[in-house]
Design a protein around this ligand. Structure first.
Ligand code: IYR
Length: 220
């Protein structure tokens, strides 16, 4: 049946009771994740970040192309350049590009164009999506690049949470300045900018709730 190389795969399974317990425990843990904007500048070992990125890279991807590059920025001068460029775009967005409805929807989050966390957080992870690969001067297609990168990002956020760290999914718009500052090749496009660190002490998050199961699930 298979004419491609395949290896056996098994994994540990659980009784219904244990499945429910594990599912509940994981949900309880993940439900303590919050998007954070108040970061501490306390350093984090590089191997923690590398391990988190390896977890992100376990995500499924179209034709297993793994169409992502994670740039990790620790250099204060580069963080500062990113902050300056991001605030310039964000100022324009908040003042002229975002609709009244959008600004109203953001009001409970208390965001504005100031982005001090871009310099305070010990690392900025910028995820680039790789829209194609260059091999032997030929372009090779990648597939479902946005979906693949979105899934990898979710796994990245989970890995950050598991390590006891916090993150922000920051989307300065437009983000092309990241391509220039980080000198990325033509096949890469900025996908998401994720400051990672310890939370500041004190750290505040918006007083908002998640939707319940009745609101997110329809059974057939
Ligand atoms: N990118 C801007 C605005 C912003 C947009 C959304 I949608 C958010 O959920 C939060 C912020 C900023 O980072 O401030």
């Amino acid at each position: 049946m298979h004419n491609h190389p395949a290896i056996p795969y098994t994994r540990e399974t659980f009784s219904a009771d244990d499945m429910l317990l594990r599912a509940q425990q994981f949900y309880t843990f993940m439900n303590t994740r919050r998007t954070v904007r108040d970061f501490s500048d306390k350093p984090i070992p590089e191997d923690v970040i590398e391990t988190i990125l390896l977890t992100a890279s376990t995500a499924p991807s179209g034709a297993h192309k793994q169409p992502w590059t994670f740039c990790v920025i620790k250099d204060p001068a580069i963080k500062k350049a990113i902050r300056i460029a991001a605030e310039e775009e964000e100022k324009e967005s908040y003042e002229n590009r975002m609709s009244d409805e959008w600004l109203k929807d953001l009001a409970p989050l208390g965001t504005d164009y100031h982005k001090p966390f871009l310099e305070i957080a010990p690392y900025l992870i910028v995820m680039f999506k790789r829209v194609y690969e260059m091999e032997d001067q030929h372009k090779h297609q990648n597939y479902y690049v946005t979906e693949s990168c979105g899934i990898a990002c979710g796994m990245l956020l989970s890995a950050i949470h598991q390590a006891g760290l916090v993150a922000l999914t920051h989307t300065p718009s437009p983000m092309n300045f990241l391509t220039k500052i980080l000198n990325r090749p033509d096949n890469e496009r900025p996908f998401l900018l994720i400051p990672v660190g310890y939370p500041a002490d004190p750290c505040y998050v918006p007083d908002i709730q998640r939707r319940g199961i009745q609101d997110i699930c329809v059974w057939y």
